[in-house]
Write a protein that binds this ligand. Sequence first.
Ligand SMILES: NC(=O)c1ccc[n+]([C@@H]2O[C@H](COP(=O)([O-])OP(=O)(O)OC[C@H]3O[C@@H](n4cnc5c(N)ncnc54)[C@H](OP(=O)(O)O)[C@@H]3O)[C@@H](O)[C@H]2O)c1
Length: 191
Amino acid sequence: MKSKIGIIGSGNVGSALQKGISKAGYEVRISNEENVAEVAGGADIVILAVPFTAVDDVIKKLGNTVKGKILIDATNALTPDFQLAVGFTTSGAEELQKKAPQAKVVKAFNTVFAQNMESGKLNGKTLTAFAAGDDESAKKQVLELEKAIGFDAVDAGPLANSRQLEALGYFNIQLGYFLKNGTETGFIYAH
Ligand SMILES: NC(=O)c1ccc[n+]([C@@H]2O[C@H](COP(=O)([O-])OP(=O)(O)OC[C@H]3O[C@@H](n4cnc5c(N)ncnc54)[C@H](OP(=O)(O)O)[C@@H]3O)[C@@H](O)[C@H]2O)c1
């Protein structure tokens, strides 16, 4: 039986992932600000799709509902003025793992624009979605989820490689927004 997915955050990323994951045949629920613990409690895999600045509040709301579960970190670790918040010695995902030690944190989806998250496709091309995590079985399930949505799913190694994925996510934002290439753009890792 397929895992039940709970998405925390119903903005651009949360709603796009909900559509893509639902199309892929998974049961999926999405939270509002009030029912975070309820949605996470009923899920096997929880996806964090909230602003980086809201992570601490959401961790409090999650409580022990993510114990033993896969916690996908789709956030981009950005300050309110759009600078990379962490980088050389840690990452948002590693800090999340410290704050939620009983969850199995996997960094994923942060390098893809929400506009392309529903299908993993862009103008007929298949985009890459990475997954970085320390629990091999958890990471494998996230790679399967990415593939089921339609991405080319690529193992990005241990959770510490989130430092690179978060820098890549930031670079995606630089290319898309600041250098005005738009959001109909994305990374393809040829392999
Ligand atoms: N947009 C992209 O293309 C993209 C791509 C990759 C990664 N990301 C990352 O993914 C995350 C979400 O981005 P987004 O564009 O989807 O943002 P968004 O449209 O602003 O949506 C954020 C969602 O989080 C909810 N939220 C905020 N604070 C919360 C809290 N304390 N408790 C519970 N829910 C809370 C918001 O609820 P309310 O609306 O009720 O405030 C909203 O549903 C960010 O970390 C972003 O960096 C974004």
